[in-house]
Design a protein around this ligand. Structure first.
Ligand code: AMP
Ligand code: MG
Length: 350
């Protein structure tokens, strides 16, 4: 299949391209598009065949449910059996935005979309191209991240093309995304609302709006396999670069020293090394490649660069990656959740 790639000017969104893209969705084809979190791979959410095409294009296990994207709050009625009162509160506060809510599904939502579950995950993205695509298609759009399963999520259209060219009908290129990590997922079917995937919106922010406690799924805090995460997607080894990756955590100077010792040794063994660093430390490393996440206290920059840097490591064919740790105050939990997975939970404390 020929994949059409269109560059879209965000200031003047081309209506005819958007209509062409919307028509493809309505015909059951797949279109990749930017959202504020990462690029999504969209298909008609209520059409089982479109969902199957998504799993097949990504090589995604079919028990890993898709998030349904909507453009208006009223669309929720088309997929949710009942709308919990918390959903209204959270939507008022965070939609459109990087928050996905899980509720009981309506019969109209095919099991192909929900990976066989009786619940459905819904989000209203905060991106003009995503919203326009949903509206022009006249459908609701199921869209997981537009990467090959197991690869880092795409934050630029070029990443999507790298993974999915020839497998999907169209890619809408809206430039690099704003946030760079996937949405926070909150499960509203639990007694106590539960975060199944940490993201830009923190449990504290959710709890404040709801006026009640919000807990974190114990399965995503566990560093081992003893407790299963509730979101099927969180159990897979995700976001993994091809190289062996190790996170070094601790006091700045001790981290630099440890990484330099290990880098020297790896280089002696003839292995190509990349270090994931910050503006403050990048000069201090003696590796083949030093990749900078931004200023250490600029959490948004770190989130935005993370996946691109992991992809760069693949591209540059490094064999070992040493990464600093990013326990930042607000979205550090979301960042570390992804980085720890990329590193297969290999962490050295110094
Ligand atoms: P992605 O679309 O690639 O960002 O992945 C979507 C994530 O949402 C995966 O981790 C899924 O397992 C999770 N998810 C989607 N629907 C549900 C659901 N009904 N219950 C639990 N987790 C879900
Ligand atoms: Mg994904």
């Amino acid at each position: 299949m020929d994949t059409k790639i269109y560059k879209i000017d965000l200031e003047h969104i081309d209506a005819s391209i958007m209509q062409e893209a919307g028509n493809l969705i309505a015909e059951g084809e797949l279109v990749a598009f930017p959202t504020e979190t990462v690029y999504g791979l969209g298909g008609d959410a209520l059409h089982p065949e479109a969902a199957r095409k998504i799993y097949s294009a990504k090589g995604r296990p079919s028990d890993n449910p898709l998030i349904v994207h909507i453009a208006d709050f009223a669309d929720l009625e088309r997929v949710a059996k009942e709308i919990p009162k918390q959903a209204k509160l959270l939507a008022d506060a965070f939609w459109p935005g990087p928050l996905t809510m899980i509720m009981q599904k309506k019969e109209s939502v095919p099991y192909a979309t929900t990976g066989g579950m009786d619940t459905v995950a819904v989000r209203m993205p905060n991106h003009p191209i995503a919203l326009e695509l949903i509206r022009k298609s006249g459908k609701l759009i199921a869209a997981p991240s537009a990467n090959t399963s197991g690869r880092p999520s795409p934050t630029e259209a070029a990443h999507v093309a790298e993974d999915l060219s020839g497998r999907i009908a169209m890619i809408l290129d809206g430039g690099p995304v704003g946030i760079g990590i996937e949405s926070t997922i909150i499960d509203l079917t639990e007694q106590v609302p539960m975060v199944l995937r940490p993201g830009y919106i923190t449990p504290e922010m959710l709890s404040e709006v709801l006026g009640e406690a919000v807990i974190m799924d114990p399965g995503i805090i566990a560093a081992d396999d003893t407790t299963k995460p509730k979101a099927p997607g969180m159990k897979y080894k995700h976001y993994a670069p091809k190289a062996d990756m190790i996170i070094v955590d601790g006091d700045k100077d001790a981290v630099v020293k440890e990484i330099n010792i290990r880098t020297k040794k790896a280089k002696q063994e003839g292995r190509k090394v990349a270090v994931i660093a910050t503006e403050e430390t990048q000069q201090a490393y003696d590796a083949d490649i030093v990749l900078c996440m931004g200023k250490r206290d600029d959490e948004d920059s770190i989130a935005k660069h993370m996946y691109k840097i992991l992809r760069d490591c693949d591209e540059l064919e490094v064999q070992v990656i040493y990464s600093e740790s990013f326990q930042t105050p607000r979205i550090g939990q979301a960042i570390m959740n992804r980085l720890l997975k990329a590193a297969g939970h290999k962490v050295i404390h110094v």
